[in-house]
Design a protein around this ligand. Structure first.
Ligand SMILES: [Zn+2]
Length: 155
């Protein structure tokens, strides 16, 4: 017989799947510094078409998960900053890392906290991701991102 905890956790996983939708993950590979980064200041070019202003070579892939705006119907405001914070619930099969970006509906979010959640039988089932919306205007970065994706789809 399943324990209450197991049933409860299975319920969470079911909710995640019910509310899941597709978005993109951008992973900056810190072994490869982008050519746009200035030697003196170590500042990347925010308009860079290759790294999207991350300063590193990037890998892009699609992922599927839920976020609190879909599950609870509202963004929460962080008390420490004025930026919008979102919780994402993403299955563990995706290999996420802190500092990855989530590109969701033409908006850039930074992953700043990644918790691995265990559910049934002690296996990690999903991540609980805290992500904040990138501050300021990121129209250029989004345009560059869409150009990369479109090239990819055609190629
Ligand atoms: Zn660059």
């Amino acid at each position: 017989m399943n324990s209450f905890k197991e049933r409860f956790e299975q319920g969470i996983l079911n909710s995640i799947e019910r509310c899941s939708y597709d978005f993109y993950i951008v992973h900056p590979d810190k072994n490869y510094i982008c050519t746009c980064t200035e030697h003196a200041t170590k500042q990347p070019d925010k308009k860079c078409k290759k790294c999207l202003g991350t300063g590193y070579r990037i890998k892009i892939y699609t992922a599927r998960g839920a976020c609190n705006e879909t599950m609870k119907g509202g963004a929460i405001m962080s008390t420490q900053t004025t930026s919008i914070t979102r919780m994402y619930y993403i299955p563990y099969k995706y290999k996420l890392q802190e500092d990855d970006l989530i590109i969701d509906d033409n908006t850039i979010y930074y992953i700043f906290r990644l918790e691995k959640k265990k559910a049934i039988k002690g296996d990690i089932t999903h991540y609980e991701v805290t992500a904040t919306k990138r501050n300021g205007d990121h129209t250029i970065a989004i345009n560059n991102f869409n150009n990369i994706i479109n090239k990819y789809k055609k190629g």
